[in-house]
Design a protein around this ligand. Structure first.
Ligand SMILES: [Zn+2]
Length: 318
């Protein structure tokens, strides 16, 4: 409702105002940096999060810059930006997991207020930010150990209007490949279950702050805001999307070293040799092959591998 103060954690902004602060996760030392932008005119509320994985830097930088640039006087509606969700992982440069409990926060949404640190983090983020918004964008990329082809993930909510709205967000974000996700416990999946149109967007990787990946996220957020009528202007024209429905994740079976011979963006055939694993003495443990024909979406780019660790993913092309 117009006229209400927007409050998230210690950040509070009147209509036409903007504020920064911290959203604390009860029972943990985690304090998430947050910006709230309360538009002068009424409109929808968009939630933007980054750093659910603390080493995915282009998304984090895009959140920081977007929060700094948004002008509350020309905004219609409200924007809540969490700059870094898993602050302990960011500070510790941890891959995938929150170092307080060793869990991947993006597998435990919508969380549990009485659970471990990641579960509490997820619960606070979901109840205080995601569930209170009308639309949701979660910024990711390849983690410190991963290279990837940019892609967006959406998931079916069961409500046709919600799914159509999420697909429109993916379309205007401007990343060509859109994956229909199935992994449970993700931010976007919890949002979809709550009937909130949501996308998870991936660009960049390997611990780098690449300008190209940063610009993908910056343009994506600009386009989403314009598409929703929250900022002036029309979305920048982008390439049409390709929806990928069949995604094959390949995990390691061994402790040792992984030597991939593929790169993100490569096309592979079913059964094609794509790398091998060796033990600490250089002896081959396994030849790794592509499980299906398609497009390589990501590969792990550090040698260390353990049983269950992801190695790469191939998406079947439509
Ligand atoms: Zn991520």
């Amino acid at each position: 409702m117009a006229g209400d103060t927007l409050v998230v954690g210690s950040a509070a902004a009147r209509p036409g105002g903007k504020a920064t602060g911290y959203l604390d996760v009860p029972g943990t030392p985690i304090r998430m940096p947050v910006t709230v932008v309360n538009g002068a005119a009424p409109g929808p509320r968009l939630s933007i999060t980054a750093g659910v994985h603390g080493g995915e830097y282009p998304g984090i930088e895009a959140a920081i810059r977007t929060a700094a640039q948004l002008d509350s006087r020309e905004l219609r509606g409200q924007v809540v930006v969490i700059h870094i969700v898993d602050v302990p992982a960011f500070q510790g440069r941890n891959i995938y997991i929150c170092p307080l409990d060793g869990k991947n926060p993006n597998r435990v949404f919508p969380g549990n207020p009485a659970g471990t640190a990641s579960e509490r983090l997820a619960h606070t983020l979901f109840s205080e930010v995601i569930a209170r918004g009308d639309y949701f964008v979660d910024l990711h990329g390849g983690d410190i150990n991963e290279a990837l082809l940019p892609f967006t993930i959406i998931v079916q909510s069961g409500a046709p209007d919600v799914d159509a709205a999420a697909l429109e967000l993916a379309r205007v974000y401007g990343i060509e490949y859109v994956v229909q996700g199935r992994v449970g416990g993700g931010t976007y999946a919890a949002a979809a279950q709550h009937k909130i149109p949501a996308i998870l967007t991936e660009a960049g990787g390997q611990g780098l702050l690449e300008p190209e990946a940063l610009e993908i996220h910056m343009r994506g957020l600009r386009n989403v805001l314009r598409h929703l009528g929250m900022t002036p202007g029309t979305p920048e024209r982008v390439a049409p999307i390709t929806v990928l429905t069949e995604l094959h994740w390949v995990s390691s079976s061994h402790t040792g070293l992984f030597y991939p011979s593929i790169r993100p963006g490569d096309r592979v055939t079913a059964g094609q040799r794509v790398g091998e694993t060796r033990d600490y003495f250089g002896t081959r443990l396994a030849e790794i092959t592509a499980p299906a024909a398609g497009l390589v979406l990501f590969t792990v780019t550090v040698p260390a591998t353990n049983p269950g660790d992801p190695m790469f993913a191939v998406a079947a092309l439509p």
